[in-house]
Design a protein around this ligand. Structure first.
Ligand SMILES: [Zn+2]
Length: 224
């Protein structure tokens, strides 16, 4: 069972196309994995569609209303293209001798996954190139990995794609959507299992303890 979900408000913003590319991908990937949020997204889309159908023409002044109807007619009259070019779909991710089954959103974005690099603490990361300047990475934690304790200067969202990780608060499993803000200090780790996550940060990590503090000037090495 998925324990942590995006807020309904975030899903409504996703349905309305209001989120940044990184947030859209991470929310869409959660929705792929979560029947509860599929329903919330479906309801939000339904409501938006009804709002568009029922309110737009009446609220427009007559001359714009005419233009709107002409545009609608033109759209409806345009024949559908015979071939739709789909981005390559690639659902198997080979990593560390294992094959991970990617959720549909990530399988469609596979061609945007950059090069994998090692991160201190038995981890690997690869950026997802979405064409925005946001920081979003696939992060693989081998079993027995540990990220040094840190706070965040911005928000950190981690979505578990497969596996388990823990921090001081809880245990997070497939589909869990974990949002942490500047108030949280935590030390994510894996125990007996490994974990593949998708994570986005809007500012570098700030390490708070022990020798890891020395890493602060380089904290962007971890997840940027
Ligand atoms: Zn959910």
């Amino acid at each position: 069972m998925i324990k942590y979900h995006p807020t309904d408000q975030l899903i409504e913003q996703f349905a309305g196309g209001l989120l940044t590319p990184a947030l859209s991908v991470i929310v869409a990937t959660h929705i792929d994995l979560c029947p509860r949020c599929q329903q919330v997204a479906h309801d939000a889309e339904q409501l938006l569609a009804e709002q568009v159908m029922h309110t737009t023409p009446n609220k427009l002044p007559p001359e714009l209303n005419q233009q709107f109807n002409a545009m609608l007619e033109q759209i409806l009259a345009t024949p559908a293209p015979s071939t739709i070019i789909q981005p390559p779909y690639h659902e198997n991710l080979h990593l560390n001798g294992k094959v991970f089954n990617l959720p549909a959103t990530l399988a469609r974005q596979y061609h945007r996954i950059g090069e994998w690099s090692r991160v201190p603490g038995k981890m690997l990361k690869a950026p997802l190139h979405l064409g925005s300047n946001e920081c979003i990475n696939l992060i693989y934690m081998d079993h027995g990995s540990r990220v040094p304790e840190h706070t965040h200067k911005g928000n950190e969202i981690t979505l578990v794609i497969n596996g388990v990780f823990n921090d001081e608060q809880d245990e997070y499993k497939d589909g869990d959507f974990v949002l942490l803000s500047q108030q949280h200090t935590h030390q994510p780790e894996t125990r007996d299992e490994d974990c593949l996550t998708l994570a986005t940060l809007d500012a570098p990590l700030h390490f708070t303890s022990g020798i890891a503090r020395l890493l602060n000037p380089f904290s962007s090495l971890f997840f940027k």
